[in-house]
Ligand binder design. Structure first.
Ligand SMILES: [Zn+2]
Length: 189
């Protein structure tokens, strides 16, 4: 069990151990709830076939919402980033979740991300603006530059979040004000 917890991002062996002792002290019922939630994860959550976000149904609530602006697409690395932008309440368009960022050290190339799908989606759906909202770190910048290059000849406006976000920051953990400013001050690339 310690070994399993240790695989989770940001969790070291000490914390893993703490989790296990905590669980050992829980009543049987709590453990059952935990196991059930874990089992439901893969059974009830799927990936939206339009935006590639995790969802209980496909298309997801956002892709299926007729009130959303279908001409603007916000491109993010992970679901957590999408959730952070959505929380600002400032964005009314649709999202596209890449499933990571280009990272040469970890062997993540463009073909492992939903970039081909993004290009196809833009071409097929009359998208007018693509906001590149990848993290302001090296991987995020590399990914944004790569996508911008791929879209050079496309009839679409490509923008990038403003520089308000600190370099190396994780979008997911940026506060709402900073994120709102970054979104409003986005510039064309
Ligand atoms: Zn969706």
């Amino acid at each position: 069990m310690i070994y399993e917890f240790n695989k989770l991002p940001g969790i070291g062996p000490k914390t893993s151990e703490k989790f296990v002792y905590f669980l050992l002290n829980q009543p049987r019922e709590e453990i059952d709830n935990f196991v059930r939630a874990l089992n439901d994860l893969k059974e009830q959550i799927q990936v939206c076939t339009t935006c590639y976000n995790f969802s209980e149904k496909t298309p997801c609530v956002i892709c299926g919402d007729p009130k959303r602006d279908k001409t603007v697409l916000c491109v993010v690395s992970e679901s957590g980033d999408q959730a952070a932008i959505e929380k600002t309440g400032q964005f009314t368009g649709l999202y596209h979740i890449l499933g990571g960022a280009i990272n040469q050290i970890e062997g993540v190339g463009p073909e492992q991300l939903k970039i081909k799908e993004l290009i196809g989606r833009i071409a097929a759906n009359g998208i007018k603006e693509v906001i590149l909202a990848t993290n302001p770190d090296m991987e995020g910048e590399t990914t944004a530059i790569y996508i911008a290059k791929q879209l050079e000849s496309a009839e679409v406006k490509v923008t990038r979040l403003a520089r308000g976000l600190p370099t190396g920051a994780d979008l997911e953990y940026a506060d709402e004000m900073t994120l709102t400013d970054a979104l409003k001050g986005r510039r064309e690339v």
